[in-house]
Design a protein around this ligand. Structure first.
Ligand code: AVJ
Ligand code: FE
Length: 440
């Protein structure tokens, strides 16, 4: 999207809208009507709510605001306002049924494609470089990821399948040295970057070491089997209280079968693959593991420097591998495999410093609270990020196997509560460098 002519941009936007819609349709067509309207966990909306909410957001921003057209269904705005009803309450609302939701969403899309044909993609900030369309593409893709989390919580026969990921390979070394000093964090150039990724600004970090790969299941099992869940020393007071209250003893969806750890993944029960990044751990678990390992979580500035700083030029890249858009060779994205790949499976995705698996596989918890960058300006609405700023949420970086490339960049910031485990989140560790480490 960086250097498109207006006509190429229109084609690209239509393709992105279509790709997002194909994913939402796949996930909603995969289950029967009962599973579409049912709540599979109080943490999640019924799938049919996500589906109609996707259409409603698209109507609000692209049909009404960008297009200036008459509302399609103004009467349902409140039902699909995420701030008006908590997820737990959504099943009891008079929601559109599956057929109604499908025809509503399709009608909105027909109008949007017409709006796209007639809208200048320059001038007005909301439509400059197709921003509002890009925002809606990313919104749908984020809900696709949420719907995948709902599928993972659903109990019953498997309905989703995908080919296995490529094989992994060992890293050259377990940790990578990141030099201290300034780098450019955030972006002004990425046309579809959301408000919280802006503006680009110089940030200094102290020299540090970061894990070459995300923490694997095998590494995490060592923590579990060393009694890490029963040793208060590794946990913050809030983490320990939560571990006790929630009875945490292993990642979500794991169980012990004799001597073997197994996991349930989209209805399939399988042995926990040792070389895959661990997922379905909350921030408190990640933080406790890091302390047990004699390390800590990286800050989001450290994560971003490790991901995009090129020491040869001093420049910040768009992606770890350079400025090209992600392909299937760079990273495990877009739900292609429905699971993380073993570490080292994407040699083309390595960062200039030699850090691997930064994009895709699992969202990575950072130690940072979700706060605005200096010079932050809310755009185009406060409910995307601004209302979430503060100390309640921790930042996650890098995207998961479920994340679409359109909603995944080295600058992209995700956030969630430190207790959340149903998201596709893991982590890697970091530690401060000593002065003599600079010689390596
Ligand atoms: C950025 C993933 C935290 O799912 O709550 C979806 C994205 N915002 N609809 C979320 C979002 C509005 C958001 N996250
Ligand atoms: Fe939403």
């Amino acid at each position: 999207t960086l250097r498109h002519s207006p006509e190429q941009l229109r084609v690209r936007i239509a393709e992105e809208l279509d790709r997002a819609r194909n994913r939402s349709i796949t996930l909603t067509d995969a289950v029967d009507r009962e599973d579409l309207v049912r709540q599979h966990s109080p943490l999640m909306s019924p799938l049919v709510w996500d589906y109609a909410h996707i259409g409603n957001q698209e109507e609000l921003w692209l049909v009404r605001d960008v297009g200036g057209r008459e509302p399609v269904r103004e009467d349902i705005d409140n039902l699909y306002d995420a701030f008006a009803h908590k997820r737990a309450d959504r099943p009891s609302l008079p929601l559109l049924g599956p057929d109604e939701a499908r025809s509503y969403v399709a009608e909105v899309r027909r109008k949007v494609l017409d709006v796209l044909e007639r809208t200048p993609l320059e001038g007005r900030r909301l439509t400059e470089a197709g921003f509002a369309f890009g925002m809606i593409v990313q919104h749908e893709q984020q809900h696709v990821e949420t719907m995948l989390a709902t599928h993972q919580l659903r109990v019953g026969a498997p309905v989703l399948d995908a080919p296995a990921p490529p094989p992994g390979r060992a890293p050259a070394s377990d940790e990578v040295y990141v030099p201290g000093g300034m780098f450019l964090m955030g972006t002004d150039l990425e046309p579809w970057a959301l408000d919280n990724e802006r503006p680009a600004h110089a940030v200094g970090v102290e020299p540090f070491w970061i894990d070459a790969d995300p923490v694997t299941n095998a590494q995490y099992i060592a923590f579990v089997e060393a009694g890490g869940y029963d040793d208060e020393r590794w946990w913050t007071p809030a983490g320990w209280a939560h571990r006790q209250a929630a009875g945490l003893a292993a990642p979500q969806f794991w169980h012990r079968d004799g001597d073997t750890w197994r996991r349930t993944r989209f209805g399939h029960v399988e042995e926990v693959p040792p070389q895959e990044p661990v997922q379905h751990v909350c921030w408190y678990e990640a933080d406790a593991y890091a302390r047990w390992a004699g390390k800590r979580l990286p800050t989001e500035a450290e994560w971003e420097k490790a991901a995009r700083y090129d020491p040869a030029t001093g420049r910040s890249l768009r992606y770890p591998w350079g400025d090209d858009d992600p392909t299937a060779a760079h990273a495990n994205l877009a739900g292609a495999h429905l699971q993380p790949a073993p570490v080292g499976a994407y040699p083309d995705g390595v960062s200039p410093l030699g850090v691997r698996g930064l994009i895709g596989d699992v969202w990575e918890w950072t130690s940072s609270d979700f706060t605005p960058y200096p010079g932050f300006a809310m755009f185009p609405y406060p409910e995307y990020s601004e209302v979430f700023f503060g100390s309640d949420y921790k930042v996650l970086r890098g995207g998961a196997w479920a994340t679409d490339p359109s909603a995944c960049r080295t600058t992209f910031r995700n956030w969630d509560y430190p207790i959340r485990r149903q998201i596709f989140a893991g982590f890697r560790c970091a530690r401060n460098a000593r002065p003599e480490d600079a010689d390596v």
